[in-house]
Ligand binder design. Sequence first.
Ligand code: PRX
Length: 639
Amino acid sequence: MNYPYQIQTFEAYKAQYQKSIENPQDFWRQIAEHFTWQRKWDTVLEWNFKEPKVEWFKGALVNITENCLDRHLDTKANEAAIIWEPNDPKEAHRIITYKELHFRVQQFANVLLNNGVKKGDRVCIYMGMVPELAIATLACARIGAIHSVIFGGFSAQAIADRIQDADARFVVTCDGACRGAKEIALKSVIDEALQSENNVKHVFVLERTKTPVKMQNNRDLWWADEIKKVEQMGNPVVPPVAMGAEDILFILYTSGSTGKPKGVVHTTAGYMVWANYTFVNVFQYQPGQIHFCTADIGWITGHSYIIYGPLSAGATTVMFEGIPTWPDAGRFWDIIHKYKVDIFYTAPTAIRSLMSFGLEPMDSKDLSSLKVLGTVGEPINEEAWHWYDEHIGNKNCPIVDTWWQTETGGAMISNLAGVTPSKPSYATLPLPGIQPCLIDENGKEIHGNGVSGNLCIKYPWPGIIRSTYNDHERCRQTYFSTYEHLYFTGDGCLRDADGMYRITGRVDDVLNVSGHRIGTAEVENAINMHPSVIESAVVGYPHEIKGQGIFAYIILDQEFDNQSSLIQEILKTVSTVIGPIAKPDQLLFVPGLPKTRSGKIMRRILRKIAEGDTNNLGDTSTLLDPSLVDILIEKKKLH
Ligand code: PRX
């Protein structure tokens, strides 16, 4: 497979960009011609950002798995689709060819069909990074069931909320997941989640760790038993179901500035085109190359750049079950060496963490196969960028700094590897089809270069969020109401003298901890569930490895002698309600929180105190009790 729409030169980028802005519909129509459609579209795009309503390729019928699997069978049947590297390097790896993946996806699709899963049903997938996770995801897409993958680090309560919100009817899980030296008992987390009200009919359980599990009669089914039944039926073919272009492909929950995560909705045709187009162009993928994205499939990066982007392009994608630091901090470099990885895509937090181990973990690892490096999820600091360039890329690999979001489906602002210029800590230039603009505090567009503002996008692209599941109004309010006729990203951004974009971080109450999005309100809600907590306020502060750390100010209902055991209890509460990723790095018990007369917490002040930058607190005269500020500063110093 070659990619006629792959941009090869900076000149071509400029020409394509221009075309995509002047005549977007014609631009995307031509790209869409390179996919397999069961029926072509009637219109390329209908939209307004008021409702919002965005419909790409309306009238078309298409199945993304036909594009990810069937269409490669003539030319790539025996090539590797997925290379799976287990958590334990002593265990055998697996190579799944396109032919085998095509077969296994249909097998599991049969399991789903045999157990009553229908088009449009929501299937929650909570698994470790095993090939069956990709298989289950694709099997849903094969029959038109909507997948909602939940990251394996979320707690029972967080899963219960997501199952309820999506009204999921089925769950796919594992007995346990392997992460470094730890085993996580996933099935028992699901059991706990399903104690809350739900309409789940079946839970499919893959055996991975042999962790003991309780199987509930009639509800819980072993993956292997169900596959056996399909084999006994003679493995019937499951044709790729005809999906309307705007039928929902998946829901993925993400945090916002309110306490409740929202189910970002992506639909079929536009997402497919966007995941593929951005994959092929940003990474400049060449047939035969090995692509290794280190994300978990529980996040959008895994959806778009482990599964749908690479597979729709007929690429070989590496799936890694473990963690970068186990059995030692050279694990990523081992994998690159072992499979001669061409493209390596990871998060700045992983780079910073691996930097701290020095150069020894790279000894005797051959990284010379690498051609392209990438980063995603948070701003990359210059030091980490140069280390990545020098020690991993040997100053020989372009680094793509890809800015995007769960809501955007794929990369939005990024250099194209080796084709458009790069600049350390800059996401650089928008992809074709993306019209970024910067908006000032009065909602006016800031023109020209050398300026900063809130980053918005003017025009729809094929991978744009369509809705928030079951609550379209929330989608409108969150993304399309702050500024009229614009999609608001929630990020601050600078455009330098050359028109290059640099993302400066969130401008709302959302934290980015180790590349994971966490809402401050969510963490506060969790902390407040501890019986001794009266109120709390959570802010981010700069953290050397994680990018941002979580700082919690907490008011207790009484004095406690044993604060350290109380701290442990509160951390446990957060782990139970959300998951370990949301645990605060620092807790400070305080007598009060700085509030305005109308009762609003002044987070700006709390952020400054957490950062230790107390010379510049700004105006505190509007506070109900300005003397509190000095008390907090003093407490922080003693902390
Ligand atoms: O603040 C931006 C940051 O991550 C946010 C999106 O988070 P999420 O939906 O979890 O998706 C992460 C993976 C796509 C953005 O609003 N972000 C993402 N990529 C970058 C980034 N910040 C700076 N530079 C990036 N390359």
